[in-house]
Design a protein around this ligand. Structure first.
Ligand code: PMP
Length: 388
């Protein structure tokens, strides 16, 4: 996004994190002047409490649900852990969940997905029929971070109701991009930095009465679901970010993403991993380059000024093959030759054009496949300003 060194760079990794919005930055700077602990009784403390509660209200309004359901956490990883870890009962998760859901419970039962990356509802229904009599929690993400595929949450809720099961959704990638009656879910995980807010803040929306034992104990903050002095700066930043995110123009992003995919498939018709007609986020493209490792692609794009990622860049920065693509039936070779491009609401055609040129250039240099594109263009020295 911003200039780094001599070359201007383009940020196409919004699903990893979105740039901080300037209005959010301003709101946070103003909140830094507030002194006080929200639990203190004096007027300083009460001012901080007021800010936190009005932020809670703003988050709740953005999601269309009651503010008392919003519990601030340090991010979606914590929210997912809070939702699943100490749930007293059976836990069912989809095969494509983020690790912060997938790895929380060793005893979780997994629901498979189709080759299009959509959770198998029949399988879920059958699993729930085997009712053990204990409370059951189903965790299905709203949209997948690697593929952008939107999950049939309304149907999941319907099936769950039939079997009196609870539904949690990691909605990190969908909030602000997809409209959904969020109040229908028993629990929802939200992350600030995916919305153009700061990292290190998120929330878990929760219904009272769920059989959950909080694991961070101490003070009684956040209705005892999450002890610890509240992160005021993060909380006001997150509230501002979620409000702003509702104004984003994802129709524009969809046009850009579709153009990118059309142009890339002219170069290689086999490059598109997710079928165009799949119900998915409007900002995400998953591209396969035959014979070129994901890691090599990421580094090559980085040299050309484009920040993209492989679906499963882990915390060590290494690129692993994707568990999500594996669950969709991709073989290991193909799996390791895929990248994710995730654009933002303010991306532009010039950036898309530059990316396609870069893709063609890397493809022609590194891939064992032959370009089918007639207008040979090379993107080696393509430079332009973000947002121009
Ligand atoms: N779930 C999904 C689907 C994500 O994409 C991410 C971020 N990679 C997380 C959870 C974790 O969010 P956070 O960084 O706020 O802990």
């Amino acid at each position: 996004m911003a200039a780094q060194g001599a070359k201007l760079r383009v940020y196409f990794d919004y699903n990893a994190t979105a740039p901080l919005r300037s209005s959010v930055r301003q709101t946070m700077i103003e909140a830094m002047d507030l002194v006080g602990n929200a639990s203190s009784v004096h007027s300083f403390g009460r001012d901080v409490r007021k800010k936190i509660e009005s932020s809670r209200q703003r988050v709740a309004i953005a999601l269309g649900l009651e503010s008392k359901r919003v519990i601030f956490t340090s991010g979606a990883t914590e929210s997912n852990n809070l939702a699943l870890k100490n749930f007293s009962g059976r836990v069912i998760v989809s095969a494509i969940e983020h690790d912060s859901v997938f790895k929380v419970r060793d005893d979780a039962v997994t629901i498979p997905v189709s080759t299009d990356g959509v959770v198998d509802l029949d399988n879920l229904d059958k699993l729930l029929e085997k009712n053990s009599g204990e409370p059951t929690l189903i965790s299905v993400m709203a949209a997948n971070n690697e593929t952008g595929v939107i999950q049939p949450l309304a149907e999941v809720v319907q099936i769950a109701k039939k079997h009196r099961a609870y539904v949690h959704s990691d909605a990190v990638q969908a909030i602000g991009k997809v409209e959904f009656p969020w109040h229908m879910l028993d629990m929802i995980s939200v992350s600030g930095h995916k919305l153009g807010g700061p990292a290190g803040i998120g929330c878990l929306v929760i219904n009272t009465g769920l059989p959950i034992v909080p694991y961070i104990k101490g003070g009684g903050q956040e209705r005892s679901y999450r002890a610890g002095t509240e992160n005021l700066i993060g909380i006001v930043g997150m509230a501002a970010a979620i409000e702003e995110s509702l104004k984003d123009n994802w129709i524009h992003a969809k046009k850009l993403r579709d153009t990118l995919e059309d142009l890339i498939s002219e170069i290689d018709p086999d490059a598109l991993v997710i079928k165009k007609e799949t119900n998915r986020l409007s900002n995400t493209a998953v591209l396969y380059m035959a014979g070129v490792k994901s890691e090599t692609q990421i580094m090559s794009f980085d040299l050309k000024g484009f920040a993209v990622s492989a679906g499963a860049a882990c915390s060590s920065g290494k690129v692993k093959t994707s568990r999500v693509l594996e669950a969709m039936g991709f073989n290991t070779d193909k799996n390791g030759q895929v990248i994710r491009v995730s654009i933002g609401p303010n991306s532009n055609f010039k950036e898309i054009d530059g990316f396609v040129r870069a893709w063609q250039s890397i493809y022609e240099k590194c891939s064992n496949a032959k370009s089918k594109y007639v207008n040979n263009v090379r993107g080696d020295d393509y430079e332009f300003a973000y947002g121009a």
